[in-house]
Design a binder for this molecule. Structure first.
Ligand code: SF4
Ligand code: SF4
Ligand code: SF4
Length: 208
């Protein structure tokens, strides 16, 4: 007959083994097999419909993140590489050799910059929006969409967005332009192209 002390010791081992097996089984379960295990924010992303967005300015102030998770981006496939960019300078009649020194900037934080890549002051220019400075106010995108080639647009950066259950910008947006979209590994959130948006990303950790 097993002594009471030995019985309790063996029971303890059996119980410990059972707990261990149970924990191991949970850890080994593939989360992707069970939709309930995947956080909403990882399967979906809040994003701006560029056809509805009117660059009203609320994206800069309505996001729970300060500065906003919304950033302006310039699509190089649509940009006309103008000498005078509507999203860059307010005066479209300015002399081309005055732009860099005297041109009044559209962006309140001077986040829109250009690089000459051919033809001197009247050549072709590459325009970009610095995400480290951009606050998502939409001034550049508004002007580019009203007067230019509509290459600048606002996007909610998936790596900056907190994936709130209720996006406060979506609630505030007067044009119903923000919706939840299924998230893909590489997606420019416009549906037109598949260029790699990692060019526009920067590492927040580096700035910490
Ligand atoms: S609140 Fe709506 S319309 Fe205004 S800038 Fe944001 S997405 Fe565009
Ligand atoms: S004008 Fe506004 S949206 Fe455009 S780059 Fe500057 S801060 Fe960003
Ligand atoms: S979900 Fe939250 S963090 Fe993301 S854009 Fe909306 S308010 Fe900002």
């Amino acid at each position: 007959m097993i002594e009471r002390k030995e019985f309790l010791r063996r029971s303890g081992h059996a119980l410990g083994l059972g707990v261990l097996v149970s924990i191991s089984a949970r850890l080994l379960m593939k989360p992707s097999d069970d939709a309930d295990f995947i956080a909403q924010g990882r399967r979906f992303a809040w994003q701006i419909d560029p056809d509805k967005c009117q660059s009203c300015g609320l994206c800069a102030t309505s996001c729970v993140r300060k500065p906003s998770a919304v950033k302006a981006v310039n699509d190089p496939k649509k940009c006309s590489n103008c000498v005078v960019c509507y999203g860059h300078i307010t005066d479209s009649k300015i002399d081309s050799d005055q732009i860099d020194t005297a041109g009044e900037r559209v962006c309140p934080v001077d986040a829109v910059s250009r690089k000459n890549f051919s033809g001197g002051v009247d050549g072709m220019f590459l325009y970009s929006n610095d995400p480290k400075r951009c606050i998502g106010c939409g001034r550049c995108t508004k002007r580019c969409n009203e007067h230019g080639s509509q290459s600048m647009f606002l996007m909610i950066r998936p790596d900056l967005c907190l994936g709130c259950n209720e996006c406060t910008i979506a609630i505030a947006c007067p044009h119903d332009a923000i919706e939840r979209v299924p998230r893909e590994s590489v997606d420019d959130y416009r549906g037109d192209y598949t260029f790699d948006t990692s060019d526009f990303y920067y590492d927040m950790e580096e700035d910490a």
